[in-house]
Design a protein around this ligand. Structure first.
Ligand code: ATP
Ligand code: MG
Length: 349
């Protein structure tokens, strides 16, 4: 559950601080649009922080997974470039971190077959995040990829033997499945005492579930997001239109006042302050004052990122180079892992 994952994340942070070089991270995003504040404070900020601490970092642009809930992946190349721009703007450094796309690494995708054999249809069907996404998508036909993409995600994480995965709360069931797959693979095919795969752990941030302007999970597909690349004016307009509640006095109570508390948290994260203190300061000034404070904090925090993004956007050649080199590096790693997997499974064939 969430509480256990939050406690474990605090322990992991201590272990990382002691010896960052021991850790390997894998995470990613679907190229379905520009990244938003939920991505940033849910995972991207942690990625950059870990990278800067010296943790090995692999970032997957999950282009194949766009097909889970989109009939045709339109403007995919464009979305991929936008994603790379968001990464670079946020501080992902391609010299230290590997950024790549699924479609360029066939060896990674070959892991899906043995991995799928290790999980039951019942396990795939009861994944609460998948169920939620199916309900959200309001589509008449649900693709097989919708139920199996968490196993594909296990391949994203395990191909580079990552032990640490900075993610938002919605990813916890997927991480559980990845751990199950790693455990079962090692048990069935691994030599005793020499596991092929680590059992990766989720690293949650202080904002594992940032809410959007409508009070539900901020998400690209819900139209409730504030993009990192939005203009200052657009940001102000979106925050001004955000859902709050009828109570005038501002407080930080995530359980009972989710919308107001999410705005308080966002403000606090941008200012590097405690959300309770921020709420207390605004106090009786009400929702309008909270929104003004949030707007100012977000715009100030994002200004340097937005400037870096604009600078990188002018050099498309560089973006393509980042991907080409990342794809090559990821492919090398995936080749090695696939060879290991085949060797471990040798007894079967
Ligand atoms: P889509 O609507 O296309 O599914 P999304 O906005 O849900 O997009 P994902 O690409 O599914 O974004 O998520 C990428 C990463 O960002 C995951 O680790 C996820 O947990 C994290 N994340 C996404 N939205 C939030 C949020 N609102 N709060 C915290 N973390 C989030
Ligand atoms: Mg999503």
């Amino acid at each position: 559950g969430l509480a256990a994952a939050v406690r474990r994340s605090a322990e992991l942070e201590e272990a990382i601080a002691r010896d960052p070089g021991r850790f390997q991270v894998s995470t990613g995003d679907r190229p379905t649009g520009r990244l938003h504040l939920g991505h940033y404070f849910g995972t991207l900020h942690n990625r950059v922080r870990l990278q800067d601490l010296g943790v090995g970092m692999t970032v997957v642009i999950a282009d194949y997974q766009v097909l889970t809930d989109r009939d045709v992946a339109t403007r995919l190349a464009e979305h991929v470039e936008e994603l790379v721009l968001d990464y670079l703007a946020a501080g992902i450094d391609p010299a230290r971190s590997t950024v790549f796309t699924h479609s360029a690494v066939p060896e990674l995708n070959q892991l899906l077959l043995p991995f799928l054999s290790l999980v039951s249809v019942a396990e795939l069907s009861r994944n609460p995040t998948v169920k939620d996404e199916i309900a959200q998508s309001r589509r008449s036909a649900v693709s097989g990829l919708m139920f199996t993409y968490p196993a594909h995600q296990a391949a994203d994480i395990l191909f580079c033997k990552a032990g640490l995965v900075p993610v938002g709360q919605d990813q916890l069931p997927h991480l559980e499945l990845t751990r199950t797959i790693a455990r079962r693979f090692n048990h069935r095919y691994g030599a005793a005492g020499a596991p092929v795969f680590p059992e990766p752990e989720a690293l949650l941030s202080a904002a594992p579930l940032l809410l959007g302007t409508d009070g539900t999970k901020m998400s690209k597909s819900r139209g409730n997001a504030i993009a990192l690349a939005a203009s200052a004016d657009e940001t102000a307009r979106l925050i001004r239109g955000s859902k709050t509640d009828a109570e005038r006095h501002i407080s930080y109570e995530p359980q009972t006042r989710p919308e107001v508390s999410s705005l308080v948290l966002l403000t606090a994260l941008c200012l590097g302050r405690d959300p309770r203190e921020v709420a207390e300061e605004i106090g009786g000034s009400g929702a309008a004052a909270l929104k003004a404070a949030a707007t100012e904090a977000v715009n100030e925090y994002l200004a340097p990122m937005r400037a870096r993004r604009a600078a990188h956007a002018a050099d498309r050649g560089h973006l393509r180079r980042v991907l080409r080199e990342g794809n090559e590096r990821a492919r090398e790693v995936a080749r090695t892992t696939l060879a290991e997997v085949r060797a471990a499974m040798d007894s079967v064939f």
